[in-house]
Design a protein around this ligand. Structure first.
Ligand code: ADP
Length: 417
């Protein structure tokens, strides 16, 4: 077998020919012993121009010192090392231009002599791309920040707009509610008017035709001995006229109470006198066999009240008791005093008020189911309640269907001062 002996230089150039990166070998004194064409090209030299040159020709001046101490310590430790990773190192071209590089150092020894093989990559493009990416990132960040700010502004504007809209909606809702209430009131007023007109026409028709019949019949009894027959019809006429007057009074009271035109006229009057008058008038409307029980031994007391209102209250209640009771029943009127109040109690043995209707009994125009066959307007109790409220009094009742009803009135005792 044949043996060859190759010089260092020959070994190095064989090794280098297969390497595409820039490769150069420096000896202990940092002289370039060998390099490949990629390395020479990278730095802008011919290969021969660099051979035997100190490595410093390829390193920018301000890095010389650093590099030297670095390589020394590195050769001592005898380890493979990557240079330029994570920190910037630069190469120096023949033209004086510097460029970023990455270098891998591989120390080795041949026949006791130490060398370092350096593989160098020109990372100009990478650094440029990295810079571009950094710039791009920065401008992207700028854009994102600007957009975020714009977005924030838009959100703020929108939320302000939202608030304004909310206010507007609220205002409109309020206006709508006001209009609705006004409409509702108008509707109620119209309903009342319609109800009122139909009540008037209905309630007047029957008594008026009764009056007509009675007067026609009375006219037929021309003889003197037929006086009792004439009296009967005249009595009927008187009753009906009385009834019509009371309805008219009720309607007038409602109208005046409603429009605030009602003024109370307080005066001194005798209670006994008033009771006698009310009972006397009620007696006229009694059905056959009905009687009114009322205190006969009443001490005469002088009251200071609105006499007409008290008369209206008592006669309304007595008329109801008569109207809603059958023949041969007793109606009782009781009167009592305590420290502050004058109390009336009017009881009957009549049809009573069905339990389900009791809660509505003081509402205007309300009439209980079992009362509809009797004439009536549903106004009286409502007026009484309004008057008593105005005068600081009260009204309440107890009633059982088909057994009877008792109405209680409390009226504060007033003094003229
Ligand atoms: P009206 O008697 O003209 O209908 P009111 O306001 O006086 O009107 O009474 C309202 C309703 O209360 C009556 O329709 C009737 O249903 C009921 N009511 C009042 N008083 C009595 C009573 N004494 N007994 C039975 N029901 C009564």
């Amino acid at each position: 077998m044949k043996s060859f002996t190759l010089s260092h230089s020959e070994v190095f150039s064989i090794l280098f020919s297969g390497i595409s990166e820039g490769a150069l070998i420096v000896n202990k004194s940092q002289q370039i012993v060998e390099l490949n064409s990629s390395a020479a090209q990278m730095f802008g030299y011919e290969i021969d121009e660099l051979k035997d040159q100190h490595i410093n020709v390829l390193i920018p001046k301000n890095f010389h010192h650093k590099h030297e101490s670095h390589v020394k310590s590195f050769i001592k430790k005898d380890e493979r090392r990557q240079m330029g990773k994570g920190r910037n190192i630069f190469g120096l071209k023949k033209s004086g231009e510097t460029f970023p590089v990455e270098a891998g150092l591989n120390p080795f020894e041949i026949e006791g002599e130490k060398f370092v093989m350096t593989l160098i990559t020109d990372i100009t493009k990478r650094v440029k791309t990295e810079k571009e990416i950094l710039n791009l990132n920065a401008s992207l960040e700028d854009k994102v920040q600007k957009r975020t700010k714009d977005l924030k502004n838009s959100v703020e504007e929108l939320s302000e707009l939202n608030e304004l809209l909310k206010d507007e909606i609220m205002r409109r809702k309020k206006a709508e509610a006001r209009i609705k209430t006004a409409l509702q009131k108008e509707r109620e007023l119209n309903d009342l008017k319609t109800k009122f007109l139909s009540l008037v026409s209905h309630e007047f028709k029957t008594p008026l035709s009764g009056i007509l019949t009675s007067s026609t019949l009375a006219k037929k009894y021309t003889k003197t001995e037929q006086q009792d027959k004439r009296d009967k019809h005249l009595n009927t006429i008187k009753n009906k006229v009385h009834y019509l007057t009371s309805i008219l009074n009720d309607f007038l009271s409602v109208e005046r109470l409603e429009t605030g035109k009602f003024t109370y006229k307080f005066d001194h009057f005798s209670l006994l006198n008033l009771i006698n008058e009310v009972v006397y008038n009620a007696n006229v409307t009694l059905k056959t066999g009905q009687i009114i029980n009322y205190p006969q031994d009443l001490d005469d007391v002088e009251l200071y009240q609105d006499r007409n209102v008290l008369e209206l209250i008592l006669s309304n209640l007595l008329n109801n008791a008569i109207k809603y009771s059958k023949e041969d029943t007793t109606i009782t009127l009781d009167i009592s005093f305590d420290d502050k109040y004058l109390n009336f109690k009017i009881s009957d043995e009549g049809i009573g008020i069905p339990e389900k209707d009791q809660q509505h009994i003081f509402e205007r125009y309300f009439r209980a189911e079992n009362a509809l066959l009797n004439q009536g307007t549903g106004i009286g109790l409502n007026i009484i309640k309004v008057h008593l409220d105005n005068l600081g009094g009260d009204i309440f009742f107890e009633s059982q269907e088909n057994k009877g009803s008792t109405f209680f009135i409390k009226l504060p005792i007033k003094h003229d001062n």
